[in-house]
Design a protein around this ligand. Sequence first.
Ligand SMILES: Cc1cc2nc3c(=O)[nH]c(=O)nc-3n(C[C@H](O)[C@H](O)[C@H](O)COP(=O)(O)OP(=O)(O)OC[C@H]3O[C@@H](n4cnc5c(N)ncnc54)[C@H](O)[C@@H]3O)c2cc1C
Length: 427
Amino acid sequence: MTIYDLVVVGGGPGGIMGAISAFINGHKNQKPLKIAIIEKNSFLGKKLLLTGGKRCNITNMKPVKELLLKTSNKTFLKHSFYSFPSEKLLELFKNKGLDFKIEEGDKVYPKNGDSHSVLNILMEYLKEFNVDIFLNSPVENIKKEDDYFIISSLNNIFYSKNLLISTGGITYPTTGSTGDGYVFASNFSHSLSKIHQGLLSLTSNDTFIKSLSGISLKNITISFKHKSTNYFKKGDILFTHFGLSGPGVLDLSNDIVEAICLENKSSDFLNGFFNNFYITLDFLPQYNNEELKNIFKTEFNKNGKLKIKNYLKHFLPNRFIEDFLEYIGVNSDKQLSNIKKDEINSLITNLKNFKVNINGFFNKEHGIITCGGVNSKEINSKTMESKIVKCLFFSGEIIDVYGPTGGYNLQIAFSTGYLAGLSLKLA
Ligand SMILES: Cc1cc2nc3c(=O)[nH]c(=O)nc-3n(C[C@H](O)[C@H](O)[C@H](O)COP(=O)(O)OP(=O)(O)OC[C@H]3O[C@@H](n4cnc5c(N)ncnc54)[C@H](O)[C@@H]3O)c2cc1C
């Protein structure tokens, strides 16, 4: 019978990094550790392969201080982010020959644009460190007797001195995230904070919005008002056949859930609040209304013969302009000198303050992340060890912390996994 130093349940980024860092930690202490990862799928990292449109937005190069501010719990994540920041994470991959590029918003992707290359290197480390990998092995039950965890999977029983639960959340369940870890944590008397999907697309019945399907706009401001608070996000949006998506919309959806849905105490609180709910799009946030008015005044005088549809190409994509002008009732072939004052006002109002009726979230199972989970107050933020059960660790999305789009959530999984592995009891 093998007694492992560490068994990791769940082979996503949080679990894999836990195993890698545990080995490095043991190695430093001249103690080669016996480590196993138990995974229900037929291969590790199924969700990781989908990330960043399969290009893997692995992390974000903003300074740690700024990254933390955008997460849901900077106090809890501080130690793990400083222990294993983006630079250290990338170093691990660069050491094995993978190059990265930084895109808008400080998002980091592998240069080759392929998430497989990230997973392949993680697998190389696991092989090098002799980590035992058990695939097609859904863990069904875990208990602790004396100083050992006994982990029962469909086809095996494992014994271990330390246990890392890293089973992810509840979204994209076909990737293996079906919330199993919450049961294991609850059985060890951990409490769970309210669990729901996050970073969601929004649905709309506005036929105009649907007619723009496939068009994306860069760096616009999206907002809504609830009670006396204005909520804003700046980012790219994508018009779709169901409504709106894209990073800016996904990020705003978390504010909508937190500001509005969580007030509703029913279990399906992501449904039912969408009565007369609007978000506002500002297509040209770089100018305020007055500035835009002055720009239009000057340019319309200077370039009187130019058609309005051609002039607006300075600001917006071609495909959007004609549909937009038609929708607001301005003839797109009109020359600038012939645009009337009320048409200019309508242009400015609609460019700066375009209302979209929102009637729900699109396909909640496909939220990019899970919000809520194992209560972080019951986990030691300096080690990722449970404050309730000794030698039990958590990493990744199973913990009730999350970030916006842009590489934050993978960094959370990698940083918490790394810290857990580093903090094992090696005696
Ligand atoms: C479409 C999509 C795109 C995304 N893009 C990005 C991005 O570009 N950048 C970013 O930062 N984040 C992104 N995310 C979020 C990111 O993928 C997750 O935050 C991250 O994968 C969480 O890692 P994890 O290891 O905690 O969980 P997971 O990756 O979900 O891994 C958990 C693993 O545990 C296994 N498991 C579960 N239960 C059991 C059990 N009972 N027994 C054995 N194994 C079990 C699962 O099969 C799974 O392999 C994206 C998410 C999605 C869905």
